[in-house]
Design a protein around this ligand. Structure first.
Ligand code: SF4
Length: 322
């Protein structure tokens, strides 16, 4: 199947008081329609910057220094903000972590949804209201007419996130980017939101780029997984392959640091020692070397490239067998 999204050799830079840094440094990714790709990694690994760069939301201090982001063949890096605005919400939508900050507190829910339709379609008011009601029902809002008249503060966290998802999906985007969409929610609501995303993916072939640090969500949602560390992809594989045989020491560390169903009360979780290196002070060689239990001399001399270890499994390590 043809790729819907292709990210090629993407490097994003930000200007800081300590100079220019690259929170995303030469990544390649692709997603086909109906596929879910999860990006995992600790804070500071470059996950969110990757997603913001797709939408051209890097702010004044960020820019795409190198590479291409193609959506259905259109290179988004060559578009200006006016052209990108036509794509945001229509072809690509984003669900952010905290629904309260994604919603306008002084606009009714109905008006926030209607505004998106008015910007992206030629529907008249009545048709737009009908579409909004249908979308609210679709995301599991029980009293859609009443909720349209309400303001965000009067809704629960789960309902607010459903509204954010409704706004993201109302124009039937081809790609949904969800950045930690359930982190702020309790587990019951989290399960509902994940089920909703699965349902929409199946019904509409929506591709999903899901950013999370939660490996249980990855196991439930992903077709493929890209593990990011210090701005680079260090491992990418189909989800079963990654969970069965994580090859990069960082991926192995992430797996060891979460409880499993077999974990007993006496079992201790094993954290990854140390922290992600500062982007202004990256080491020569492998960026994970200071935290890696298998580091050898070569690791500090030369940076490893991504290596193909099987048909759909790549890893950035000098010693993939470990
Ligand atoms: Fe560890 Fe070396 Fe592999 Fe880096 S290249 S992850 S330091 S073994």
């Amino acid at each position: 199947m043809n790729n819907l999204l292709e990210i090629e050799a993407l490097r994003v830079t930000f200007t800081t008081t300590k100079g220019e840094v690259s929170p995303v440094d030469g990544i390649n990714l692709a997603i086909t329609p109906g596929e879910t790709l999860c990006i995992v990694g600790e804070s500071g690994s470059g996950k969110s910057v990757t997603s913001l760069s797709i939408l051209g939301l890097l702010g004044e201090k960020g820019r795409i220094a190198e590479g291409h982001i193609r959506l259905n063949g259109t290179d988004l890096t060559e578009l200006n903000q006016t052209q990108l605005r036509k794509i945001r919400g229509k072809q690509v939508s984003m669900v952010f972590q905290e629904p309260m900050t994604a919603l306008n507190p002084v606009m009714t829910i109905g008006n926030q949804l209607l505004e998106v339709i008015q910007v992206h379609t030629k529907l008249n008011r009545r048709q737009a209201e009908h579409t909004v009601l249908q979308m609210l029902q679709k995301v599991g809002i029980a009293r859609p007419e009443a909720v349209m008249r309400e303001y965000p503060h009067s809704l629960s966290g789960g309902m607010r996130q459903r509204i954010v998802i409704a706004i993201a999906l109302i124009c039937e985007p081809k790609l949904l980017i969800a950045d930690e969409p359930t982190t702020a929610l309790d587990v019951t609501i989290q399960a509902q939101i994940l089920n909703l995303m699965k349902q929409l993916r199946e019904e509409r072939e929506t591709a999903i780029l899901l950013i999370t640090h939660d490996l249980s969500i990855v196991a439930e949602m992903a077709d493929r997984v890209a593990v990011m560390y210090a701005g680079q992809i260090v491992e990418e594989a189909e989800v079963f392959s990654l969970f069965d045989e994580p090859l990069h020491p960082y991926t192995q560390g992430l797996m060891r640091s979460v409880p499993t169903i077999q974990s007993g009360a006496e079992d201790r979780l094993v954290p990854i020692p140390g922290t992600v290196p500062s982007l202004t002070d990256l080491p020569q060689g492998c960026r994970f070397q200071a935290r890696c239990p298998y580091a050898v001399e070569q690791c500090s001399l030369e940076a490893p490239s991504l290596r193909q270890v099987s048909a759909k499994h790549v890893v950035r390590c000098w010693l993939p067998q470990q």
